[in-house]
Design a protein around this ligand. Structure first.
Ligand code: GAR
Length: 196
């Protein structure tokens, strides 16, 4: 376990879409924060909002395509991560699975946020899965990434109520609101060395 560090942590965020969790991390860990800050954003989608958010904050933003060539993506991503001296990788709406080799290379240094109370509803469309199952409580989870799908050790979870007339959109929005608090909280705990 590399944390706590004796210097500010250098964090990278991998994101495929909108980037609202990236925004929450940028706000929580501004440049100069003694605990750490986000210094690199990588996206597998050229049009991802996350890349625009990174650029607006003066954070290095890299688009690395990831079609069927996952190995090529991971090689380029690893090169960028290593060149930037990244200590902690935060997946935030990154919608590709990472290979066991990549996960092993950064073992204990990759976090993910997922919109359900894992281990229930892993994988895609977690909010839709929660509605289909008829649960009255769902939520979000920050966990370490291992070689499985949303299966790594849990760092923090937060419950969110499911309301009878919820749609995927209303439930997703309520969970997302909580994600924006949970992810910075979990990252803070990790950087402080409070998580085994
Ligand atoms: C978030 O709800 C995140 O939990 C989810 O994608 C959304 C990204 O939103 N991630 C997954 O479903 C991963 N399996 P954002 O781009 O606004 O942060």
């Amino acid at each position: 376990m590399p944390f706590p560090l004796s210097r500010p942590a250098r964090m990278a965020v991998l994101a495929s879409g909108r980037g609202s969790n990236l925004q929450a991390l940028l706000t929580a860990f501004p440049p100069g924060d003694p605990l750490g800050s986000v210094v690199l954003v990588i996206s597998n989608r050229a049009t991802a909002g996350a890349l625009a958010i990174a650029e607006a904050h003066g954070v290095a933003a890299r688009y690395i395509p990831c079609g069927r060539d996952r190995q090529g993506f991971e090689q380029a991503a690893a090169q960028a991560l290593d060149q930037a001296g990244i200590d902690l990788i935060c997946l935030a709406g990154f919608m590709r699975l990472l290979s066991p080799a990549f996960v092993e290379r950064y073992a204990g240094r990759i976090l993910n946020i997922h919109p359900s109370l894992l281990p229930v509803f892993p994988g895609l469309n977690a909010q839709q899965q929660a509605l289909a199952a008829g649960v009255s409580v769902s939520g979000c989870t920050v966990h370490w990434v291992d070689a499985g799908v949303d299966s790594g050790p849990i760092v923090l979870q937060r419950q969110v109520p499911v309301i009878p007339d919820d749609t995927v959109e209303t439930l997703s929005d309520r969970i997302l609101n909580e994600e924006h608090r949970l992810y910075p909280e979990a990252v803070r705990l990790v950087l402080q060395g409070g998580i085994p």
